[in-house]
Ligand binder design. Structure first.
Ligand code: ARG
Length: 426
């Protein structure tokens, strides 16, 4: 009986990893995100692993394959958000979040992973989750247990005692500290080793204060340059990239000089910071949709009054600096901080990026080729080309003329498997 159960379990496990193809998609239009060129009548063929084997006007179909008909749609690569918190519930901010248990957080993550995938985001870099709920979610998705995007995860973000990545909501007698807190270069190195041990694909570090944390300021540095260097060095040695939360002018520079791979938020970056980012090839990630949501909905979601006040100080400057940095030619990747606002609304940031100076193609590149480069997956995702996963989004119309079309894709495919159909049903 036991053996039978085990055989059944193995079989079920394999079934849930059910092979995708071979298969094909016929695209009426296909956006080449490298050049911005719109190609007509392209057939995308993929193999049983969901990897693209051919893309051309008359690509031969494997025997017995009927292609998905997207002749009325424009295809583009599955979108990538490099700054999400899938296990965070946007309606439970501040003290409301304290009542959420670890297993409950993981289930919230499963719900949000599905929403994110259906919204056309086939890959996310998740930069901060408590208790490795993100590792569990990534593994559950990879095993086929729950639907969701491909995930790179950081586990608990590293931060100083009492900083943005600690939790300052409870008084002293509760002795509460977040799992990623580590002070001093060696403790920080040990923390990098620990999060890698428990499954992190990358390291997230809080270099400056933040908006949604209690008792600190976005502009104030938190980790010292010495600590940031130790973290970057240890992470890189272990083959992990580092993303730094940094709103503040000085902490942005400290993080770039420490060799960190991307600056998250980047709100108060100055000209020198922009020049340094260019010189070091550091990606800048500006979550510029967030401001609207925090000011309109934040109080209802439980954000502290001090957070709303802080947001009023950084929101507009962040958008102005986004424009400056983009115009100066800094490398930019698309990251939203979804989790602060509802998951699945990630694509609303495209219109903001266009409003603040980017051409639609540049905004789309930020969420495809640039994002893929930042996360170290440019050989796997970010383009519809041979050798890459068949991660495909279909929209009705021309996203270069109206970037808002990305907010409601008609079709989503991840690795050759349809996640959302033409009718837009989930
Ligand atoms: N998680 C970030 C923080 O608390 C959110 C910042 C949102 N504000 C913004 N303008 N992007 O600092």
């Amino acid at each position: 009986m036991k053996i039978l159960a085990r055989v059944a379990a193995v079989w079920l496990g394999m079934a849930s990893l059910a092979l995708a193809g071979p298969g094909a998609v016929r695209c009426g239009k296909l956006l080449d995100v490298r050049t911005g060129k719109m190609l007509a009548d392209q057939t995308v063929v993929f193999d049983e692993d969901g990897t693209i084997t051919a893309v051309s006007e008359n690509a031969a179909l494997p025997a017995g394959v009927t292609p998905v008909d997207l002749s009325q749609e424009t295809c583009l690569p599955g979108l990538i958000d490099v700054h999400t918190h899938l296990t965070s519930d946007p309606s439970a901010s501040g003290y409301a979040g304290l009542g959420i248990s670890v297993p409950r957080e993981a289930l919230i993550g499963a719900k949000n992973a599905a929403k994110t995938l259906h919204a056309g985001f086939t890959t996310v870099r998740n930069v901060g989750a408590g208790n490795f709920t993100d590792v569990a979610l990534r593994d559950g998705i990879n095993d086929g247990d729950v639907p969701g995007p491909r995930m790179l995860v950081s586990g608990p973000p590293l931060g100083i005692t009492g900083g943005h990545c600690d939790n300052n909501l409870l008084p002293y007698e509760f002795h509460f500290r977040e799992g990623g807190v580590a002070d001093g270069p060696w403790a920080a190195r040990a923390k990098v080793r620990e999060v890698v041990k428990y499954g992190a694909d990358l390291i997230k570090v809080c270099a400056s204060g933040g908006v949604l944390s209690k008792g600190d300021q976005p502009g104030t540095p938190q980790y010292t340059p010495e600590e940031l260097k130790a973290i970057a060095d240890e992470a890189h040695k272990l083959g992990r990239k580092v993303a730094a939360h940094a709103h503040g002018t000085q902490s942005i520079k400290d993080a770039i000089l420490a060799g960190i791979d991307s600056i998250e938020h980047s709100s108060l970056i100055d000209d020198e910071g922009i020049a340094l980012a260019k010189q070091h090839g550091t990606y800048l990630v500006f979550d510029i949709y967030n401001d609207d949501y925090i000011l309109q909905e934040g109080a209802k979601a439980g954000m502290l009054p001090e957070s709303i006040e802080k947001e009023k100080k950084v929101g507009r400057m962040q958008r102005e600096n986004f424009r400056k940095a983009f115009q100066a030619g800094a490398k930019m990747a698309f990251g939203t901080d979804a989790g602060v606002y509802p998951h699945g609304d990630n694509a609303r940031q495209f219109a903001k990026m266009v409003e603040w100076g980017m051409q639609p193609i540049a905004a789309i590149q930020a969420a495809t080729i640039n994002a893929a480069d930042l996360i170290g997956w440019k050989d796997k995702v970010g383009v519809i080309e041979t050798g890459h996963y068949a991660d495909i989004v279909g929209v009705k119309g021309d996203p270069l003329a109206d970037v808002k079309l990305l907010e409601a894709p008609a079709f989503v495919m991840k690795g050759g498997k349809v996640a959302r159909n033409e009718a837009g049903e989930k």
